[in-house]
Write a protein that binds this ligand. Structure first.
Ligand code: URA
Length: 236
């Protein structure tokens, strides 16, 4: 069934301006629907079938946006902050007011961060019941022994009500591991390493559910997810 939306809402969703700015544009005759000037804000359109143009330029409707950001250290995972630089500052012309980060990485953590305006998907991915896996590249000061690795893999007490659920450890070399966790507790990786008597010297998220950090993305760069990546995230 056709999904009808008010013309002014559509134009706001396209980020052409506030409701009142958009109404003023309509009044001035800047907007056409299938080539005919339409001035009334409550005119109903079907974004899939109507061609809406603003000052002659056809607007392509996209409801949801998904970006993979390679977060550098030194920026905070927030939509806005009066003092500190946020992850949103990297989006340039793709910055939309409704985008937000899915989950958070600490200020000193680097790596894969998903930014979207799809609240439903975000909610599903972050749901504790879903146990979406996240893999981190972790640098530690000294080689972890078997007992420490086993403890991380079985679950450790990090001071919450419950132990962490089993994680997966892959040894890279003496001071680097890949740690895959399926929860998203506050400072979880750092607290897990501390709980086994080690510490995190460097932390980078390399995968998040079905997504893997794109190796061609420099720190501070981002790209839109592909259709395949979006589908894989939804099906995870
Ligand atoms: N665990 C942490 O300790 N920090 C992060 O940023 C992510 C996971």
């Amino acid at each position: 069934m056709a999904k009808l939306v008010r013309l002014d809402k559509f134009l706001c969703d396209m980020e052409l301006g506030t409701r009142s700015e958009v109404k003023a544009f309509l009044k001035k005759g800047f907007v056409t629907v299938d080539g005919i000037i339409e001035k009334s804000p409550d005119f109903k359109i079907d974004p899939d079938t109507h061609e809406i143009a603003f000052q002659g330029k056809v607007l392509t409707y996209q409801e949801f946006y998904y970006y993979m950001l390679h977060k550098p250290a030194g920026v905070i995972t927030a939509t806005e902050d009066k003092v500190q630089k946020t992850v949103m500052s990297f989006l340039g012309e793709d910055a939309r007011k409704d985008l937000f980060p899915v989950g958070r990485l600490d200020k000193d953590t680097e790596g894969l961060l998903l930014l979207t305006n799809d609240g439903e998907l975000s909610h599903a991915i972050l749901s504790p019941r879903k146990h979406v896996p996240k893999t981190y590249f972790v640098e530690v000061p000294e080689k972890l022994d078997l007992g420490q690795i086993e403890a991380l893999e079985q679950g450790v007490d990090i001071g919450d009500d419950k132990k962490t659920i089993p994680a997966k450890v892959e040894i890279i070399d003496d001071t680097h591991i890949h740690l895959t966790i399926s929860e998203g507790r506050y400072h979880q990786v750092k607290r897990m390493l501390k709980a086994v008597g080690s510490e995190v010297l460097y932390l980078k998220r390399i995968s998040f559910g079905a997504l893997t950090l794109d190796g061609s993305l420099e720190k501070g760069s981002y790209r839109a997810l592909t259709e395949e990546e979006i589908t894989a995230l939804r099906n995870k």
